[in-house]
Design a protein around this ligand. Structure first.
Ligand code: SAM
Ligand code: DTB
Ligand code: SF4
Length: 332
């Protein structure tokens, strides 16, 4: 497994003839995964809106007028009801999100209880709560959390165009704390914010140089939210998005690459291309955090048409099994 990708090499992959790129991505995909299997994660916003951060894409930032009201933390019982429903509909992972800069005080204790409850339901638990200290990451792990989502969002060079209230290093520090606590890392970014191809290569390089790679890599297509500074961004080229997915697959071959936000605006053909390019996970359920997602019945119809099976097992992950097989065949 390589962890020494250069930005130039990644730009080279992004620029390959499309058919060669997709072929290479499929080959990588099949070395580590069943290419007809897809993992489903369901999101729930447990604390919506009123966020003090100024992320220019985000409907939940208090800096912009997006019509998303600021709400308090949800009650544990309601969260667990939603987790049970998601499990009943076939999701294996339940991810709770909070519009916080970082978790604090009593609210953090309540989130720990939610995590324990999700684990008791027999699901993988993921959370995205903003920046974490090392101690908070450890406490989440002790509560049973499996994954922590914290995105880099963009390349270090483009980042300052998008967020001013925390810097790139803050994000890397949180990711280090998450790793140290032996949590699985879910880390990706957003495409379509006005960045260049080189910036996208810079983001992928940051992710693919991590050792180990993030276990999950969400690739979000910007959802242009009215009231945010990015609301009037240009349409993003579909095939460039597919290329970004393919290069993520090639450079992080044993990670789940997740086709994330923005899927609601993608037709079946575009989603099929993304799966062909190596995406093997989606957010499943009618809402992301606040924005709309594909309807579940449309997803089920698409999976049927493509012959995609939904992943039933939670642990051990396909990645771990594959890496284990690698080691065995290498005789170490
Ligand atoms: N507040 C926490 C944080 O930012 O770390 C967790 C929740 S935040 C909404 C999680 C991620 O959602 C962001 O890092 C960003 O990548 C993604 N996201 C938010 N708004 C989006 C949008 N309009 N389009 C695409 N992705 C978006
Ligand atoms: C991620 O990378 N995308 C998800 C999840 N991690 C938390 C969130 C997408 C949010 C889209 C806008 C919204 O629903 O508010
Ligand atoms: Fe807050 Fe997260 Fe939205 Fe940024 S992305 S404004 S930190 S909720």
């Amino acid at each position: 497994m390589r962890h020494d990708w250069t930005i130039e090499e990644i730009e080279g992959l992004l620029a390959l003839p499309f058919n060669d790129l997709i072929f290479q991505a499929q080959q990588c995909h099949r070395q580590y995964f069943d290419a007809n299997e897809i993992q489903l994660s369901t999101l729930l916003s447990v604390k919506t809106g009123g966020c003090p951060e100024d992320c220019k894409y985000c409907p939940q930032s208090a800096h912009y007028n997006t019509g998303v009201a600021s709400e308090g933390l949800m009650a544990k019982e309601a969260v667990l009801r939603a987790a049970r429903e998601a499990k009943g509909r076939g999701a294996t992972r339940f991810c709770i999100g909070a519009a916080w800069r970082e978790p604090k005080g009593r609210a953090f204790e309540l989130v720990l209880e939610m995590v324990r409850g999700i684990k008791d339901e027999g699901m993988e638990a993921c959370a995205t709560l903003g920046m974490l200290s090392e101690e908070q990451a450890m406490r989440l792990r002790e509560a049973g959390l499996d994954y922590y989502n914290h995105n880099l969002d963009s390349s270090p060079e483009f980042y300052e165009n998008i967020i001013s209230t925390r810097n790139y290093q803050d994000r890397l520090d949180t990711l280090r704390h998450v790793r140290k606590a032996e949590l699985n890392v879910c880390c990706g970014g957003i495409v379509g914010m006005g960045e260049s191809r080189r910036h996208r290569a810079g983001l992928i390089a940051q992710l693919a140089r991590m050792e180990p790679h993030p276990e999950s890599v969400p690739i979000n297509l910007l959802v242009r939210i009215e009231g945010t500074p990015l609301e009037n961004n240009e349409d993003f080229d579909i095939l460039e998005f597919v290329r970004t997915v393919a290069v993520s697959r090639i450079t992080m071959p044993s990670s789940h690459v997740r086709l994330s936000a923005g899927r609601e605006s993608m037709d079946e053909a575009m989603q099929a291309l993304c799966f062909l390019a190596g995406a093997n996970s989606v957010f499943y359920g009618e809402k992301l955090l606040t924005a709309d997602n594909q309807q579940e019945h449309s997803d089920q119809a698409l999976f049927r048409k493509l012959g995609l099976r939904t992943q039933q097992h939670t642990t051990p992950s396909s990645r771990r099994m594959a890496e284990c097989a690698d080691r065995l065949s290498a005789g170490s």
